[in-house]
Write a protein that binds this ligand. Structure first.
Ligand code: ITT
Length: 195
């Protein structure tokens, strides 16, 4: 446990993705944490989600001079050997959802999951990471106008609606982001952090 003079009821989220900010703010507000946002950019190294989140959080905390969170996330499709995974952002911008549907056109195993790793760091401590996963399947066409990126393709387990058809509040109840942020919040609230 660390010693503190930072407020533990607020945190700065470093991301360039406004959808992530809206979702994270809704989730953390409900858990009693105020979210500040800074679109600072950070170095994304090659590696798994945990590596990227750890390195990014450390880099951003040192640059900003205060505690931060970053998130590295992605969609992992089993039949495609867990593609696009850590390349999700790039693949969304290039192949897009139509490209994913094409790759999946002859595939009967539709299993996929979203994963989110929150990286937390202060200028004086080592990073911590928190993983959240939601299981589901890839649909046969895009459905819904809500959410962003792969949401219209992804049907969470037990639902016959895609994330794209669910409103933000509903998605926030059980998404990968909800799970990783909830783990982070439970941990954060019992920390004392030294400046
Ligand atoms: P930052 O790195 O600036 O936070 P980013 O969008 O590039 O923003 P990631 O590197 O974590 O974030 O990329 C993850 C990609 O995975 C994201 O761009 C989407 O294409 C996809 N993704 C992650 N979470 C998603 C969600 O809840 N719904 C739909 N697509 C998601």
């Amino acid at each position: 446990m660390l010693k503190s003079s930072y407020k533990l009821n607020s945190i700065t989220f470093i991301t360039g993705n406004p959808h992530k900010v809206k979702e994270a703010r809704g989730i953390l507000n409900n858990l009693g944490i105020t979210l500040e946002h800074a679109d600072l950019g950070y170095v994304e190294i090659q590696g798994n989600l945990e590596d990227v989140a750890r390195y990014g959080a450390k880099y951003a905390a040192l640059r900003l001079g205060k505690p931060v969170i970053v998130e590295d996330a992605g969609m992992f499709i089993k039949a495609l050997k867990w593609f696009p995974g850590t390349y999700s952002s790039y693949v969304q911008d290039t192949l897009g959802n139509k490209g994913i549907l094409k790759l999946m056109s002859d595939v009967s195993d539709r299993y996929a999951e979203f994963r989110s790793v929150i990286g937390f760091c202060t200028p004086k401590t080592e990073p911590e990471v928190f993983l959240g996963t939601v299981k589901g399947r890839i649909g046969y066409e895009e459905k819904g106008e809500h959410g962003f990126a792969y949401d219209p393709l992804f049907y969470p387990e037990g639902y016959d609606k895609s994330f794209g058809e669910l409103g933000r509040k509903e998605k926030n109840q059980f998404s990968h982001r909800r799970k990783s942020l909830e783990k982070f919040a439970s941990w954060y609230k019992i920390q004392e952090i030294s400046k």
